[in-house]
Design a protein around this ligand. Structure first.
Ligand SMILES: NC(=O)c1ccc[n+]([C@@H]2O[C@H](COP(=O)([O-])OP(=O)(O)OC[C@H]3O[C@@H](n4cnc5c(N)ncnc54)[C@H](OP(=O)(O)O)[C@@H]3O)[C@@H](O)[C@H]2O)c1
Length: 343
C-alpha cells in the first residue's frame, strides 16, 4: 500500500456548458504504485489547454473522451518519485499525458525526458517549446502555407498559439493582422510583437457583418491565410474577406467548446470556399509528431535569437485548477496558461 496521498480533480459528469465544481470535484486517494515499466511522477506543472474541454464531452474527437471517474487528462511535467522502469530514476524530470492531480502513475514509454541542466524554465516545454509552439509552427507553415507579401489573419492572436503564429508569419515576410479580446492584448500584438494591425473583436461589434467590416479595414488587400483558433462569427467574417486561392488553417473553435449543444453556430457562408477556390484544412499538432524535434529546434533557435516573444501565466496551486482553466474561455489568461505545484 502506498504511503503517498494523491489529490485528484476527476470527471464526475460531462459538463453542459462551462465545467462546474460538481462536474470536476476533488478527492484524496492513495497514489497508484508503479507496475513494471511505469513511473510515479510528482507533478510540477500542469498544462491548461482548451482541448481539455473537448475531452470532457463524449463527441467524436481525435482522442478518447475522459472516462467518467477518471482524473481530468492534461499534459504534465513531473519529477520521478518512484520508478519501475530502467529508463527513469527517481529525481529525473519528464513530460507526459497525466492528469489534474498531484501524482501521476504512467507508462515510462510515454514519457519524454527533460534535461533540467539546460537551464530552460520547465514550463516553456508546455508552451513555446512544446505543444502550443509546435501547433503554431506546423499549422501555419504546413497548412496555411504563407508566402512573402501575403496577408495572414489570426484569431485568439494574443494567446499561446496565436501569438506564435503571428510572429512566424512576420518572419515569412507577411502582413499580419491579429484579432483579440481587449485593448491591452491588441496593443501587445502591435507594439511588442510587431503585428501590422490588431482588431479588438469585442469592441467592433460581434455580429459577422460588423466583424467583416473590421477585417476589411485592417486587411485592405484581403486575406490570404486565415489561422482559425475560434470558429463562430469570426470564422464567418474571415471567410467573407478571403482572396482567390486563400488557405484556412482550422486549429480550434474555442468559441463553441462550452456550448451545451455542440457544434453551435458555424459559418453560413461556406460557399466562399467555392467562390474563391479556397483550401480549408483542419489539423491536430500530433499529425506532425515525427517532425517535433525539427520544430522544437527551430522554435528554440528563434527564442534564443530574440525573434519569438511569448507570455505565460503560471498560477500556483492544484486547488486553483478549475477556476484557472475557465480563464481560457473568458479571455482573462495572458498567454500560455499553466498550473504550478511547487516542490
Ligand atoms: N489543433 C491543435 O492541435 C491545437 C493545439 C493547441 C491548441 N489548439 C486550439 O488553438 C486555440 C487556442 O488555444 P491556446 O492554447 O493558444 O489558448 P489561448 O489562445 O492561450 O487562450 C484561449 C483564448 O481564446 C480566446 N477566446 C476564448 N473564447 C473566445 C470566443 N468565444 N471568441 C473568440 N476568442 C475567444 C481568448 O482570448 P481573447 O481575450 O482574445 O478573447 C482566450 O485567451 C484553441 O481553439 C485550441 O483548441 C489546437
Amino acid at each position: 500500500m502506498s504511503t503517498l496521498e494523491n489529490r485528484q480533480y476527476y470527471l464526475a459528469s460531462r459538463p453542459a456548458g462551462a465545467p462546474t465544481p460538481q462536474d470536476v470535484p476533488c478527492r484524496d486517494v492513495p497514489v497508484a504504485e508503479p507496475a513494471e515499466g511505469e513511473v510515479v511522477l510528482r507533478n510540477l506543472y500542469i498544462s491548461l489547454d482548451p482541448a481539455i474541454r473537448g475531452w470532457m464531452g463524449d463527441d467524436p474527437n481525435y482522442i478518447e473522451p475522459i472516462a467518467i471517474g477518471d482524473p481530468v487528462r492534461a499534459t504534465i511535467i513531473g519529477r520521478v518519485e518512484k520508478s519501475a522502469s530502467e529508463d527513469f530514476k527517481p529525481g529525473d524530470v519528464a513530460m507526459v499525458m497525466g492528469g489534474w492531480e498531484r501524482y501521476s502513475t504512467v507508462p515510462a514509454a510515454m514519457c519524454t525526458a527533460l534535461d533540467e541542466s539546460a537551464g530552460v524554465p520547465l514550463s516553456y516545454y508546455l508552451g513555446v517549446l512544446g505543444p502550443t509552439g509546435l501547433t503554431a509552427y506546423f499549422g501555419l507553415l504546413e497548412v496555411g502555407k504563407p508566402q512573402a507579401g501575403e496577408t495572414v489573419l489570426v484569431s485568439a492572436a494574443a494567446g499561446a498559439v496565436g501569438s506564435i503564429v503571428g510572429q512566424i508569419a512576420k518572419m515569412q515576410g507577411c502582413r499580419v493582422v491579429g484579432m483579440a479580446g481587449s485593448e491591452e492584448k491588441c496593443a501587445w500584438l502591435r507594439d511588442t510583437l510587431g503585428f501590422d494591425a490588431a482588431i479588438n473583436y469585442r469592441s467592433c461589434g460581434d455580429d459577422a457583418a460588423a466583424l467583416e467590416g473590421a477585417i476589411r479595414e485592417a486587411c485592405p488587400d484581403g486575406v490570404d491565410v486565415y489561422f482559425d483558433n475560434v470558429g463562430g462569427n469570426i470564422l464567418e467574417a474571415a471567410l467573407a474577406c478571403l482572396n482567390k486561392f486563400a488557405r484556412v488553417a482550422v486549429c480550434g473553435w474555442i468559441s463553441t467548446y462550452n456550448m451545451a449543444d455542440a457544434p453551435g453556430p458555424s459559418a453560413r457562408n461556406l460557399w466562399q470556399l467555392v467562390a474563391n477556390s479556397v483550401t480549408i484544412q483542419g489539423f491536430v499538432v500530433i499529425d506532425y509528431m515525427d517532425r517535433f524535434p525539427e520544430g522544437i529546434a527551430q522554435l528554440a533557435e528563434w527564442v534564443m535569437a530574440g525573434k519569438l516573444q511569448f507570455r505565460e501565466e503560471v498560477v500556483e496551486g492544484l486547488d486553483n485548477i478549475l477556476p484557472t482553466f475557465l480563464k481560457l474561455f473568458d479571455g482573462s489568461n495572458s498567454g500560455k496558461l499553466v498550473i504550478s505545484i511547487p516542490e
